[in-house]
Design a protein around this ligand. Structure first.
Ligand SMILES: Cc1cc2nc3c(=O)[nH]c(=O)nc-3n(C[C@H](O)[C@H](O)[C@H](O)COP(=O)(O)OP(=O)(O)OC[C@H]3O[C@@H](n4cnc5c(N)ncnc54)[C@H](O)[C@@H]3O)c2cc1C
Length: 294
């Protein structure tokens, strides 16, 4: 059918990336939807050996939960330091050390070549020739924007729907928000696709204002993106963009205690803040970051 509209909001989100060749192999999971979470919970509750492919936030949270349930857990990460992209190398190493603190094995700097098993997975095969026995595998290797359905529409696509600083797309009367939208960041001077709830909740205000105005509106300064993650009983909070920072300083707590407030700066200005079990101080810094941004 065809639905007539004066304005369209594209909010089709993203889908979990999969591992080629893993289709139809029992015991292999991705995590995006409620059904995914239920299927994974059912398997984890039976125990066994879990291998998590990908040491990002979703992989880390799954590892932490599985550890608490008593499973034998290994995390495999292709990059030399997990979370380096999101947090920078120094703080990425400190946060991901939460795995080894708890006896979860962390294999870094080695890629996954494939999976083995007949009907059900029995091992994860690494590029260095080793195989890690596995009863359950979680593939946490990121998400891809759900924009295939737009390919013939003529709308500009580039790592999602390409948008201006107010969510407008290359087609008049069409805006895009959330995980599928690659917004221009005027402060950074390039486009960014942000996969956080705060972005999905806050950006529609600007996009709808542009849609109702029927053209360009003065975009407000977006609040620095924010996310949190609970791992091994530690509350991790992050706001801003680590990329581009030229220094990171620990302002409170100690890295060894995994109880830290770290501030990222560029040319002396704070551009991001990371907290591990420092919710009050983090909130204060997050406000200051937003004030600096605006
Ligand atoms: C396991 C997990 C943990 C996360 N934890 C955090 C966290 O702690 N903090 C945080 O900030 N963010 C977190 N995120 C990210 C956060 O969930 C996303 O940023 C947010 O859901 C994006 O919202 P959205 O509406 O853009 O997309 P989605 O939530 O993906 O919603 C898009 C919807 O569009 C539908 N759809 C897709 N294609 C079509 C189509 N062609 N036609 C019609 N409908 C379609 C989909 O079915 C879906 O319902 C997490 C994500 C995952 C997967």
């Amino acid at each position: 059918r065809e639905v007539q509209a004066d304005g369209v909001v594209i909010a089709t989100g993203a889908a979990a990336r999969t591992l080629p060749g893993s289709e139809g192999l029992a015991g292999v999971h991705t995590l995006r939807t409620l059904d995914d979470a239920r299927a994974l919970r059912d398997e984890l509750s039976r125990g066994g050996r879990l291998v998590v492919i990908g040491g990002g936030f979703i992989g880390a949270e799954v590892a932490s939960t599985a550890y608490a349930l008593g499973l034998d857990v290994t995390v495999v990460e292709a990059a030399p330091t997990p979370l380096a992209g999101a947090l920078g190398e120094t703080m990425g190493a400190i946060v991901s050390a939460l795995h080894t603190d708890h006896g979860v094995r962390l294999e870094c700097g080695v890629g996954v070549k494939g999976l083995s098993g007949e009907a059900r997975v029995d091992a994860v095969l690494l590029e260095d020739g080793r195989g890690i026995p596995a009863d359950i595998v979680v593939v946490g290797v990121g998400a891809r924007p759900n924009v295939e359905w737009l390919e013939a529409s003529g709308i500009a696509l580039d790592n999602g729907v390409k948008c201006g600083a107010d969510g407008r797309t290359s087609l008049a009367g069409v805006v895009a928000v959330g995980d599928c939208a690659n917004w221009y960041d005027p402060r950074a001077g390039f486009h960014r696709r942000v996969e956080h709830w705060t972005g999905a909740r806050e950006r529609p205000d600007a996009a709808i204002a542009a849609l109702l105005a029927g053209g360009a509106v003065e975009p407000g300064v977006p609040r620095p993106p924010y996310f949190w993650s609970d791992q091994y009983g530690v509350k991790i909070q992050f706001a801003g963009h680590a990329a581009g920072a030229d220094s990171v300083t620990i302002e409170a707590g100690a890295a060894d205690d995994r109880d830290v407030l770290a501030v990222y700066r560029r040319a002396g200005d704070p551009v991001a803040v990371l907290g591990m079990n420092q919710p009050r101080l983090f909130t204060r810094w997050r406000k200051q970051l937003a004030a600096t941004a605006s």
